[in-house]
Design a protein around this ligand. Sequence first.
Ligand SMILES: O=C1O[C@H](COP(=O)(O)O)[C@@H](O)[C@H](O)[C@H]1O
Length: 249
Amino acid sequence: MVKVFAYDDSADVANSVAQYIIKIQDEVLASAPTFKLAVSGGSLGKVLKRGLIENDENQAKIQWGKWEVYFSDERLVPLDHEDSNYGLFNEMVLSTLKAKALTLPKVYTIDESLLKEDGSKDVEIAEAYSKILPAKLDLILLGCGPDGHTCSLFPGHELLKERSKTIANITNSPKPPPRRITFTFPVLEAASSICFVAEGAGKAPILTQIFSEAKSGLPCELVNATGVPTAWFVDTAAVKGVPVTVSKF
Ligand SMILES: O=C1O[C@H](COP(=O)(O)O)[C@@H](O)[C@H](O)[C@H]1O
């Protein structure tokens, strides 16, 4: 089932995403020792900072020590590089927790020792990450690129059909940097829940394609079709003119 939650204000989007994450965290931790979630890069970083870190009420409800954090995709650059999705999560979330001496989540990064300038170990990086990935994630937080990509699964790319690997490497990402690793559809399909965050008028044209009845085959549309409970948190600008029914979480 796909639900779309829309708000006029970006602060309300961030707060609602945080409350949604906390709800799933609480449900999972009622019967499991850890909450396993995956985060994405891009604009999601600021949303997490605003909703989970800058909002004291939300932050107090987060059991950071029981979180296991994975990355839905990662750019094959050093972890402290400005393009790294871990680097973004560190800057937006972990750095504040460290500064406040709060308990840190367990964060699963790529094996940086395998990063080579010529990309000769990129396949190994993907294989190594697939070995630390759990069989099922409780929640995957995704972004939606202006071309409809999510994770590092791009429109029309052969990786959309990948079924044998859970993590694949890509050498020709149309969005820089070109070398990345990404979840494949079997990982997305196995998740307990998925949440997209998309904001800004610039996302309205692609959301119109994703939510129209005509099949576009866009990666985000394919995620919506997996049958995994999926929530979209958007601002009203992103869904202006989009053929979808919206509500509030
Ligand atoms: O390259 C990437 O882009 C997508 C979408 O980013 P956004 O800034 O348009 O939200 C992101 O979800 C992904 O993790 C990242 O590597």
